[in-house]
Design a protein around this ligand. Structure first.
Ligand SMILES: [Zn+2]
Length: 138
């Protein structure tokens, strides 16, 4: 007999059905990663999923790892473009931070992703590196 539970999300009686050994994808931007052997409850009415403790932890960790991977990919791209167009790190830090006195140390911390406008700018410079002189940015 299938185990069921009341769904707290949509209030359907016996809406939650137990599952185990399921593989679900965690997605973030253009990255995707499968998490295997997940167990928990899924509502047949509203599709709400409640993971069991261990599955919830592994699913959350996979999501955190995906975000970290995405940020590292952005950081690697920024560094590659910076070198390609010949910017010094000091100029890159000023562009990134707006130029505060502790901008350098802040830029070293991985927990501060670059602003979207700078990512767009660096992507443009990656494709069209010619017109920028570093001296124009001082
Ligand atoms: Zn529900």
């Amino acid at each position: 007999m299938t185990k069921t539970q009341h769904c707290l999300h949509c209030d359907t009686a016996n809406g939650m059905v137990q599952f185990d050994s399921r593989t679900l994808d965690v997605e973030y931007k253009n990255l995707k990663r499968a998490v295997h052997r997940l167990s928990g409850w899924e509502c047949q009415s509203c599709q709400e999923i409640v993971f069991d403790g261990d599955s919830a932890n592994r699913h959350a960790e996979a999501g955190d790892q995906l975000i970290e991977d995405a940020q590292q990919a952005v950081a690697a791209k920024m560094k590659r473009v910076r070198k390609k167009i010949g910017f010094t790190q000091a100029v890159a830090v000023r562009l990134r931070s707006g130029g505060g006195h502790n901008a350098f140390s802040r830029s070293k911390r991985a927990d501060a992703p670059p602003p979207q406008a700078l990512i767009v700018l660096m992507s443009l410079l990656d494709r069209h590196p010619d017109p920028v002189e570093e001296s124009t940015l001082r």
